[in-house]
Design a protein around this ligand. Structure first.
Ligand code: NAD
Length: 420
């Protein structure tokens, strides 16, 4: 199964071109036998250990049990109270109950494990990824890549040094409709693109004010904190709500916003902006630290990209299941996670969750369109195709791409914390 694998040259620009599927072709790679890889029969399964089994972790288990080539050996979480759903989905789907563990290093120590899936909070993305590469595993790690640019670079270095596949949870990159949309833009049919507007508008509840309290029974809080600063337990900084605190993340630009920013950056086709300006504020009266209202302007060569976010807008909604999985386009004006691509010949409304894209001409009529489907299954397929030594992989969202995005989605925090 994993006797050898084809490893692509990891030249940055070449990789970016390939991820855009506008490639000149897949570069011929060298076949490399990695230290630690197992020589096993073709009918054996990829053995997976998954850390972080709550919200996203359950969704990933739901994807994994659809596959006939996967066995889940371990489910790992520092909160022993949250295994129920993921264990149930895994054992019903695969007919075998994974071991529930609290320390991910057991996964790394087990030589029978091929792949680490990581769906922990953002501050726990980098270190397990690097350690898993050192242990000879491949890694699927959720977005964002890391807590800071330095960490992200270390993840890239580790994936190169240990020849591990490290794929990010930036699933839109694997959607055929998104790849077709990029090709449409690159073909010139939209004219010259000078403005890309990235929306992240929705209604999120206030988290209120909560006092510090005792660590809940069954929670290894030290391990949950990891490299984050030590502080008393507070339920408002724990499961899911950590997104709104600088110690662990950076607000919704780093949560939902990065999916749209990643798509927009693919549209732009340039590695980095020349400059970025950000403003924001907080209107909620609660414990959150990160802004609920935010605007960023990025100056690329001959192109301006604007990101706009508000978390108190009830009229703009995330893509519905019917739009995600059916042949229905959203009412774009009310779609909360759209990307608007302004060309000299047309305006493209580009969805990022399977909602497809439509191009409007000067007459206001639809000039071209492409319906989409939820990109997550295709993304997981892409990951296992890359991990499979028998294939010639073209990763759609490798850690390099995601790390290049981090200066863009991470523009905000420095200015905000400095009070600018
Ligand atoms: N790609 C996507 O569309 C998508 C969607 C949702 C979430 N995500 C990402 O998935 C990640 C998890 O998000 P969530 O909403 O599930 O968060 P969550 O807080 O609901 O769940 C995270 C789980 O990880 C556990 N955990 C924390 N530290 C751990 C450690 N050291 N070892 C093992 N388990 C640990 C927590 O106890 C918790 O159960 C985030 O990075 C988020 O950005 C991606």
């Amino acid at each position: 199964m994993r006797q050898s694998k084809t490893v692509e040259p990891m030249d940055r620009r070449q990789f970016l071109t390939k991820t855009g599927r506008t490639a000149l072709g897949i570069a011929a790679g060298a076949t490399v036998l990695r230290p630690g890889t197992r020589a096993v029969a073709a009918n054996e399964k990829f053995v997976v250990g998954l850390m972080g089994v709550r919200g996203r972790g359950v969704e990933l288990v739901q994807q994994l049990v659809k596959r006939r080539d996967v066995e889940i050996a371990y489910l790992c979480d520092v909160d022993s109270n949250v295994f129920g759903e993921s264990s149930k989905v895994a054992s019903e789907g695969l007919g075998k109950t994974p071991k529930n563990i609290g320390d991910f290093r057991k996964i790394l120590d087990d030589k029978s494990v091929d792949v680490l899936f990581n769906a922990t909070p953002d501050h726990w993305h980098a270190l397990p990824t690097i350690l898993a590469c050192q242990a000879g595993k491949d890694v699927y790690v959720e977005k964002p890549a890391s807590s800071c640019i330095w960490e992200g670079r270390k993840m890239v270095e580790a994936s190169r040094k240990y020849r591990s596949i490290v794929q990010m949870g930036d699933q839109t990159r694997s959607a055929p409709y998104a790849q077709a949309g990029i090709e449409y833009i690159r073909s010139g049919k939209l004219g010259d693109v000078h403005l890309v507007r990235v929306l992240n508008m929705k209604l999120r509840p206030s988290i209120g004010h909560k006092p510090d309290g005792p660590v809940p029974a069954g929670v290894d809080y030290d391990m949950w904190l990891g490299q984050a600063p030590a502080r008393p337990f507070n339920p408002n900084r724990f499961h899911y709500a950590w997104h709104w605190f600088w110690d662990y993340s950076g607000g919704d630009i780093i949560n939902d916003g990065i999916h749209q920013i990643d798509l927009a950056r693919w549209v732009v086709g340039q590695d980095y902006p020349d400059s970025a300006v950000c403003t924001g504020m907080k209107t909620f009266d609660d414990d959150q630290e990160t802004p609920d209202t935010q605007s960023v302007q990025y100056a690329f060569k001959n192109l301006t990209m604007v990101f706009e976010c508000a978390l108190w807008t009830p009229y703009e909604k995330k893509t519905t299941d019917a739009e995600r999985n059916g042949d229905v386009f959203p009412a774009w004006m009310f779609n909360s996670t759209r990307v608007e691509v302004y060309g000299t010949k047309g305006l493209m409304m580009f969805g990022r969750q399977g909602d497809g894209w439509q191009v409007y001409g000067a007459d206001g009529k639809v000039a071209a369109e492409n319906k989409g489907k939820d990109p997550v299954p295709a993304h997981i397929d892409n990951f296992f195709a890359c991990v499979n030594p028998g294939s010639n992989p073209t990763p759609t969202s490798r850690v390099v791409t995601s790390v290049q995005c981090s200066p863009i989605w991470g523009t905000f925090p420095t200015g905000w914390e400095d009070g600018e």
